[in-house]
Design a binder for this molecule. Sequence first.
Ligand code: SF4
Ligand code: SF4
Length: 206
Amino acid sequence: MLKRPAFHIDLGACIGCKTCMVACIDKNDLPRGILFRRVSEYSGGGWTRRKDGTFVQNVFAYYLSIACNHCENPICVRSCPTTAMQKDEYGIVSVDPEKCVGCRYCEWGCPYSAPQYDADSGKMTKCDLCRDYLEQGKPPACVAACPTRALQFGEYDDLVARFGKSEVVAPLPDPAITQPNLLCTPGPTAQPPKSRNGKVCNPEEI
Ligand code: SF4
Ligand code: SF4
């Protein structure tokens, strides 16, 4: 098991196929309406007519595959009034269904919308990094499934050494809030954080 498990996303390599999302649904046998991993399409820009009648465009689109980031400062853990949400010695943040009372405070606190409420059980559910796979020395299902290797997993420091310093892009929240174990390599059209140039175009999917 890793000491500080982390994800890396390469926005230039992600093609938005959602294979990671589907692999997660399959691995966790998730019911309709619950997603531990979501792939957002962020796009914007447009075409402008110039004086000579020609057009110039600044259209962009990219995808963000996001799950729980098993943060160093997990606001979900601090928000939980029953200690059901915990970060363990392996850095995995998970919820104990025996202690969860379904108040949803963790869901409201998390800037990544990672905790997912199961209306049938009245409990919160979330990504546990495929703990059983990690114990067998295998990567999480989402990472194994990504056909372009845009999604990677490993020790935080090893990922930094491989991919360099992480950058924040729109519409990701400020990492200072929770110190997520998420490293991001922007693609060529990435927009700066807090940019209002684009919007998430597939809200019904995520
Ligand atoms: S991403 Fe959200 S749910 Fe996951 S550890 Fe961070 S604050 Fe908690
Ligand atoms: S499987 Fe890989 S390429 Fe496809 S959406 Fe997920 S991260 Fe992007």
